[in-house]
Design a protein around this ligand. Sequence first.
Ligand code: FAD
Ligand code: MG
Ligand code: MG
Length: 324
Amino acid sequence: LIGCNTAAPTSESRLKLGTNITITIHDTVPRGIFPDIWTRFDEIEQKMSINESRWDDTELLQVNQAAGDHPVTVSDETLLVVQEGLRVGELTDGAFDVTVAPLVLLWMVTGSTPQVPDQERVAAARELIDYTRVQIEGNAIYLPEPGMGIDVGGVAKGYAAAEAARLLREAGVNHAILDLGGDVVALGTRPDGRPWRIGLQDPTRRRGALMGVVEVIDTAIVTSGVYERFFEQDGVRYHHIIDPFTGYPTRNELTSVTILSSDPTYGDALSTGTFVMGLETGFNLIEELEDVEGIFIDEQQRVFLTSGVRDSFRLLSDEFAVSC
Ligand code: FAD
Ligand code: MG
Ligand code: MG
């Protein structure tokens, strides 16, 4: 069996970036690769988190604290993630907005005692959300009004996935699966050269229940959904994807959006942005854009596939129906 890789896959998991991350290498495991990746994730978190209970002096917390007062110089990678967020802000007409921090902090969907905030406070926070007002000069970021704030929670996990994939490739790994709690990168092919088969979460069922499967090679599969982080009050579910135009958690016909792309950073921002845009506008945008495909699921369990993913998607649950 010369040249035939028969090694069993090697897996490691850690809780990082507020989510459970698993990396599975179906290849020779390069020395020190797992610690290198975990360190990389820690560095990203220490620069970009705005979760003050874990970090009190990240670059983005400094940017937010200096809003209306002075610019703050950030690292190249923080700048890159913010700029990717701004670019997708343009593409989605502001449905994706990296300045959503005041609303995210107000809603605190993942906090210990989340509750629906007062209408006036929502309206006041909404006034502060506008990605077009972010000023960048060199590596310095300036937010022109006190109270404004950047939150890269909708895009930085994708960047972390891209960094992990880069480290694996540079170390010579050709077959691996990265799972960052809903953001998956299928690196290369299966060891036998065939495409990976990636399961898609059924948005109506427990974690791990699949509604479909997609066959991919070297692709990021990133999902935004209503079922991941939410709380309930008076029988209404409030989740963590905020509509910048209303100030409230997005409520439309969608239950999840999965974006397939070669770049997980882009895919992460696009999945959140098109989720906010809704089925028709979001779907049409993904169909229009080069190098990205989408799987949209609505409340009636209908599945909408952009043209490039129709041949590689297969339904597993008979409670769903493919509409196009
Ligand atoms: P996505 O759909 O990809 O993103 C949703 C997130 O994007 C929201 O949670 C919000 O942060 C932001 N967002 C909401 N609406 C919009 C909008 N309209 N436009 C743009 N962005 C929007 N979680 C913890 O529980 N504890 C932590 O300590 C923690 N630290 C983190 C540190 C970093 C650097 C990162 C990147 C994430 C961290 N997280 C943490 C997770 C984070 O809070 C988000 O919940 C997570 O990134 C959401 O990812 P998702 O794929 O589930 O959803
Ligand atoms: Mg996202
Ligand atoms: Mg995501």
